[in-house]
Design a protein around this ligand. Structure first.
Ligand SMILES: [Zn+2]
Length: 81
């Protein structure tokens, strides 16, 4: 089961609930103030709409300034500078 993060609108506290997806949008009680004025926070993986942050995961291809070891091995960090 996934863990969803909720935010309490009464005390602005955050808490996590292990629940099913079908019950994600159901009301959860805040463990701090026992209020049910809580909202589920959108998980990062669920954020659609194309952001550039996804490119950070693409380190399979060789980029500049990295090399195999960050330049410590001498064979990959030999940029003339
Ligand atoms: Zn609360």
């Amino acid at each position: 089961m996934p863990i969803y993060e909720y935010r309490c609108e009464s005390c602005s506290g955050k808490f996590e609930v292990l629940t099913r997806f079908a019950e994600r949008d159901s009301l959860q009680m805040c463990p701090s103030c026992e209020s049910t004025k809580t909202r589920v926070m959108v998980s990062s993986f669920a954020v659609a709409g194309g952001s550039e942050s996804a490119s950070s995961l693409d380190f399979g291809s060789e980029q500049t300034g990295g090399g195999c070891c960050g330049g410590a091995c001498g064979s990959c960090g030999s940029s003339p500078n």
